[in-house]
Design a protein around this ligand. Sequence first.
Ligand code: PLP
Length: 389
Amino acid sequence: MKFDFDRVIDRRGSGCFKYDALQMLYGRDDLISLWVADMDFAIAPAIREALQKRLDHAVFGYNLRLPVFYEVVGNWVHQRYGFQIEASWIVHSPGIMPAVNLAVLQFTQPGDGVLIQTPVYRPFHDAVKAHGRVLLTNPLLCRNSYYSIDFDDLEQKLRLAKLFILCNPHNPVGRLWSNDDLLRLGSLCRKYKVPVVSDEIHADIVYDGHRATSIAALEDFADNAIVCVSPAKSFNLAGLSSAVIIVKNPALRQPLAKMIESLHLYLGNSFGIEAIIAAYRDADDWLAELLIYLQDNRDYLVDFLKRELPLLKLATPESTYLAWIDFRALGMGEDALLGWLVEKARLALDPGTKFGVEGSGHMRLNFGCPRKLLTEALESLKEAVRKEF
Ligand SMILES: Cc1ncc(COP(=O)(O)O)c(C=O)c1O
């Protein structure tokens, strides 16, 4: 390996949620922290060099994205997700969640239904409820811990919805929706004239040689989609607050862009812009090695649970560095389970109901960390389970 993903970097005191909020959120700070979705790896050297160069320039006025920005973003989404775009379709946002919230505000009215597929990333729920919209859910089907879409229910709910927020690939269940899934889903949204906000933030993290497809790459779905992409997960850049929103249809793009402009959210920060360019243009060798490392972590985790902790169940994630683990066989309620993990296994995981009621009895574990940490976490969990079950 050219890049060192084994190096353990002490993040405590850097002002990061993952470690510095442990005491506040979990009641103690001596935990192995595998909750919030960022990775414990240093960024790609190519991105670091680009940021260093920008820092050395030392003038940080208002930003204009130069043509190179549009070129590298266009190449990335075309090559990686099969979505061919034009520069003018890009709308700037400091993050994906600001854009998702603004889409809810722009395209729905208080009291309108907004549909999500649960269990799903908590801020999707909040983006609907915080603005007085009605949360509609299309719960995923689960068989042997493997999740799929309930299309009959989806169709019923789309009749009531004004907007659909899709998570592809899906956080937390790790599904990379197939082209077939996307075709069925996109056709139904078109039939019921429900625009799709497609959050594709995890689309670079795919395993076993698979490739993610943007919903907007299929049929004419781009006309009905607000596509959100970002290097934040795959290149570990969440703290640089940068995302790219791609909207082909002017009837959707113009009002969204106008709202973003009116709120002055489009300028971006100098480092975020440089980081996106460097990530998408100069760091694909780093990403390729990261994916090998993450896939090994994933396989290690799946094998470990099968071998050592057969009471706990999970389906092998096809995407994301997040494992969605079913703890129901331990027979504990969520609060008790969370407390037990903290006190007995010294682990900070994300509780399942954060992602919706369907998540009851589950925990989300982030394996985007050096193997040593993951090994320690799993050994600690094994000891705790063996002592008590
Ligand atoms: C599905 C999904 N969307 C969005 C985000 C956050 O994106 P941003 O920080 O750009 O708002 C996350 C972070 O975990 C996520 O998992």
